[in-house]
Design a protein around this ligand. Structure first.
Ligand SMILES: Cc1cc2nc3c(=O)[nH]c(=O)nc-3n(C[C@H](O)[C@H](O)[C@H](O)COP(=O)(O)OP(=O)(O)OC[C@H]3O[C@@H](n4cnc5c(N)ncnc54)[C@H](O)[C@@H]3O)c2cc1C
Length: 509
């Protein structure tokens, strides 16, 4: 049993928990993060994958949030240039929906609030004859936001935190938290080994996202200081719907907007919905009515209609929105609230309500700043200019692609692009020394090799097939069932070996 006392124990390995652990350890604090399942397996892998100001939030008067989020787009572009890139959005005009003047004012404000920015400002566009949109759509507007792989953004923060000395563990559920003698006593269940252990901490951070209220049941004699509103959102993934690498933002007559986004190299994504959710967020899944809704909005705008049979995959997540008593789900604020529970001579509890992927870094910074009174010797804010793992000495994924093409003539274009946009410069950690395909060991399909799988187990905390297929990579969309089974069995065997004899595995790396 580890009897040392942590400064901060973070519960929840979604983007907010990961960001807080990284921020805190970088300020010299002794930090641990425990995640019940896999890092990023909750809402943080089910988002629309946009780092955006949120054009629609302007209608709700959320100017402060939009400004903060727009600034973060630029900050994040520099922190992980291989994982995040600008994406052009086309907003077709429909005369019976928002009037032109309103859209112009909104986009002018969006540009204004974004200043200074490296992204292009908005512009008016006329559609030509060869467009993918319906012929009655004559003009629209274009503006820019950013794209990110959400689950990988989480793991990069986790890796960075671990490299700076934090203890980060997935498959470790915090089952009980008790205030004792000025500290938190945490009871943690390691779900892999089915063993329980105890950790002590001076401060506890509840970053359990949609479970933030439910987690209070694990804390003796405490009730949640505020509520979250759980709002489900789903996305459809279809084979690529058009060639251009641009996104569409489609207005619907209910006042909502639906995105159509290029997804990986072979797919398009349509989302999202906004539906009140009751129950355990772990059970979230898409309804028939959501599929109909999303297909219907798409079909109102695009020339080639799509139907149920075109849907290749779907995913759903639950937004943990801070409850501000709004009437409809789409009007609830997307901003966050930090609740610090302080009692004399007792250890503090910080709970995170709401938030967005886009603003996780500033949320984490504010969260750690709020603990200055408890850790007066800790460092100041530092994450704005630091790089996330894989971003060392590169300006975009293209730098890594060029290197890969130069050094590995035998590597196919799909793999070159996938590896560059997944790992950035970290690809060399496991590719260094390899000269031929055979040097990479067993091949699982679509360029996935034994060396990559071993790297993911060793450095990126992969513990199951799903961790690799759906979060560290999206190869689940490409591999056949037989190939997925082979990957899963390989990982299960490797993990079993590791648990039996920790020292003998990974010797080759
Ligand atoms: C459909 C949809 C689209 C979205 N699109 C965008 C977007 O495009 N851009 C954007 O900026 N934001 C977007 N968001 C919002 C964003 O995804 C969320 O705000 C963010 O992911 C929340 O992260 P989190 O860390 O708070 O929660 P989560 O990612 O859910 O993490 C919480 C973690 O806590 C763990 N946990 C729970 N209980 C315990 C316990 N007892 N012990 C240990 N671990 C525990 C869970 O397993 C989970 O992994 C979207 C959200 C949804 C649902």
């Amino acid at each position: 049993m580890d009897n040392s006392v942590l400064d901060i124990a973070v519960v929840g390995g979604g983007i907010n928990g990961a960001g807080i652990a990284l921020d805190a350890v970088g300020r010299g604090l002794n930090v641990a993060l425990y995640e019940a399942d896999d890092f990023g397996c909750g809402t943080s892998s089910a988002s629309s994958k946009l780092l955006h100001g949120g054009l629609r939030y302007l209608e709700l008067g959320e100017f402060t949030l939009v400004k903060k989020a727009l600034a973060e787009r630029d900050t994040m572009l520099k922190k992980a240039p291989f994982l995040i890139w600008p994406l052009c959005f086309c907003l077709p005009h429909r005369p019976h929906l928002r009037p032109v003047w309103m859209i112009r004012v909104g986009l002018f404000l969006y540009d204004f609030l974004a200043r200074p920015t490296s992204l292009p400002s908005c512009q008016f566009i006329r559609f030509d004859d060869h467009q993918v949109l319906k012929n009655d759509l004559l003009f629209g507007f274009e503006y820019s936001d950013c794209w990110v792989d959400d689950a990988r953004l989480v793991i990069l923060n986790i890796m960075d935190a671990a490299e700076r000395g934090a203890e980060v563990r997935n498959r470790c559920k915090v089952t009980q938290a008790t205030r004792k003698n000025g500290l938190w006593e945490l009871e943690i269940l390691d779900l892999q080994t089915q063993t329980r252990f105890i950790r002590w901490s001076k401060c506890l951070v509840n970053a359990t996202g949609p479970w933030v209220e439910q987690f209070f049941e694990c804390i003796s004699s405490m009730i949640p200081p505020c509520s979250v509103r759980l709002v489900k959102g789903s996305h459809l993934v279809l084979p690529k719907l058009y060639e251009a690498n641009k996104a569409y933002i489609l207005q619907n007559k209910d006042g909502r907007v639906v995105f159509v986004l290029p997804y990986l190299d072979r797919f398009s994504m349509i989302g999202t919905t906004d539906i009140e959710f009751k129950g355990d967020p772990i059970d979230v899944s898409i309804d028939q009515s959501e599929i109909e809704y999303l297909l219907n909005v798409y079909n109102q705008y695009f020339q080639n209609p799509v139907s149920f049979s075109d849907v290749y995959w779907s995913f759903s997540g639950v937004r943990p929105l801070y409850e501000d008593a709004s009437v409809s789900a789409q009007k609830v604020t997307r901003d966050y609230r930090l609740e610090l529970d302080e009692k004399e001579n007792e250890a503090p509890l910080l709970s995170i309500f709401g938030g967005k992927l886009t603003t996780y870094r500033v949320l984490a910074q504010e969260a750690v700043n709020s603990l200055f009174a408890y850790f007066p010797h800790m460092g100041g804010a530092w994450t704005e200019c630091s790089l996330l793992p894989g971003s060392e000495n590169i300006t975009s994924f293209k730098d890594v692609e060029d290197d890969l093409k130069r050094r590995f003539h035998w590597m196919d274009c799909f793999s070159v692009h996938r590896l560059a946009t997944t790992y950035g410069a970290r690809v060399w950690v496991w590719l260094e020394g390899a000269r031929f395909q055979n040097d990479l060991g067993q091949s699982f399909g679509f360029g996935l090799t034994q060396r990559e799988v071993d790297y993911l187990i060793h450095f990126e905390y992969v513990r199951s097939g799903d961790d690799l297929l759906w979060r560290r990579t999206k190869l689940g969309l490409y591999l056949s069932d037989i190939q997925k089974k082979a990957v899963t069995e390989y990982i299960e065997k490797a993990i079993k070996n590791t648990l039996e004899d920790h020292s003998s595995f990974f010797n080759f790396i």
